[in-house]
Design a protein around this ligand. Sequence first.
Ligand SMILES: Nc1ncnc2c1ncn2[C@@H]1O[C@H](COP(=O)(O)OP(=O)(O)O)[C@@H](O)[C@H]1O
Ligand SMILES: O=C(CO)[C@@H](O)[C@H](O)COP(=O)(O)O
Length: 467
Amino acid sequence: MTTAPLVAGVDSSTQSTKILVCDAETGAVVRTGRAAHPDATEVDPRLWWQAFTDAAEGILDGVEAIGVGGQQHGMVTLDEAGEVVRPALLWNDTRSAKAAEALVAELGGPGTWAQAVGSVPVASFTVTKLRWMAEHEPELADRVTRVMLPHDWLTWRLTGEAVTDRGDASGTGYFSPATNAYRQDILERAFGGRSPALPRVLGPAERAGRTLSGALVSAGTGDNMAAALALGLAEGDVVVSLGTSGTVFGVSEVPAADPSGEVAGFADATGRFLPLACTLNAARVLTATAAMLGVDLAGLDRLALAAEPGAGGLALLPYLDGERTPNLPDAAGSLHGMRRSNMTPENLARAAVEGMLCGLAAGLDAVQAQGVTARRVLLIGGAAQSEAVRAVAPIVFGLPVAVPEPAEHVALGAARQAAWALRETTEPPAWTVKTQVVLEESAFGGEEIRQRHLQLRELVHQVSPHK
Ligand SMILES: Nc1ncnc2c1ncn2[C@@H]1O[C@H](COP(=O)(O)OP(=O)(O)O)[C@@H](O)[C@H]1O
Ligand SMILES: O=C(CO)[C@@H](O)[C@H](O)COP(=O)(O)O
């Protein structure tokens, strides 16, 4: 009997590093590892390396190939000696919001950006962080000779090669997914005329290099692209991922260019495109609400499930960390519609779940407006494990919701990419994803909940300093 090679997939996301060691033929998970990241919006990349080595402790024996999926957009700056110049600014750091506004205006407005790089940059995008650094830390900016994304930096630590893929590159704001080329002019304009080196963009199954111990390393990609690769998205499938960020995306054969900025026209990890809408407030809305109510996440589920759909008229607009879509970086959350009769822990728990999902429902509309067909939602990410989220999602989305078997889908996709690079085949290996439950859509109450959420959004937009 021959045994299949082992491959490893790494998910270096906002809150933690997770590693899956998988059978390269079937994708069956053989071993797992995990380590936490600091809770901050700027993080020294060396802490990600530490988390990687902690999570990898004792599980990589016999692994022939590794792929790295990473949180998108983070700005990693390196000097001549390859040392980190400053802590990385993460996708959820909103300090570059003004820089984003200025850059959008300078290049000719949102439509010009959407055509140039597929997306209208907001504070999340790397290009705006470089502008912020050029303006606020010019002496540090002068020392920067190389710029990378989080997954690029980990791949570089593993192989010594400065490489990326078009999926993650498409979140920088200086790479065009439509032409597969960097926009050096945009990079230089943003970074005050400086011209740092950028990682070489590899094809989907190309090899980045080898680790010191000889394991092959694949190109790696952004975390959402890795999840899409794990799930092998078909036409009609739309993913809703509920991690630190909430994302909605589907695979497309054509690039998106949404001048409203609601949808980012990313590339995927297979040579196609990944139109995506992203909110800043997802799983942590639930942890914050649970803490406020003095319960754990299971307790929050029980409370939310004990309330009626619509939470008795209570609505939560969960802009707890500001918001990205809609672009309201300085906004705070709002609780609306309070009456003596509805101010119960049950309704508050329900309003948190509904409010979080309504933000994603707006993203679903926006992604569909960009030509993505949605016949079912695949629910993934940490908060997809919540019973209340599973109950409310089909109501709010008005679509059947399938929950793939619990797995770290980003790490799984990175492992699948590693197996693909190992085999050097034209298509990724045929791993199958099992669906755990399918929840039928429910027309009951969804439209009313969404409408109330939209009205509350309008109210908040009127008083927000950015709109
Ligand atoms: N059963 C659950 N109910 C609600 N939230 C959950 C549950 N299990 C995990 N989470 C949340 O999921 C988040 C982690 O999800 P994950 O997708 O790993 O995030 P990230 O990729 O951003 O690091 C945490 O905020 C955690 O509280
Ligand atoms: O910025 C985006 C997508 O554009 C985020 O989705 C990040 O990629 C972080 O992902 P999580 O750690 O929340 O999964």
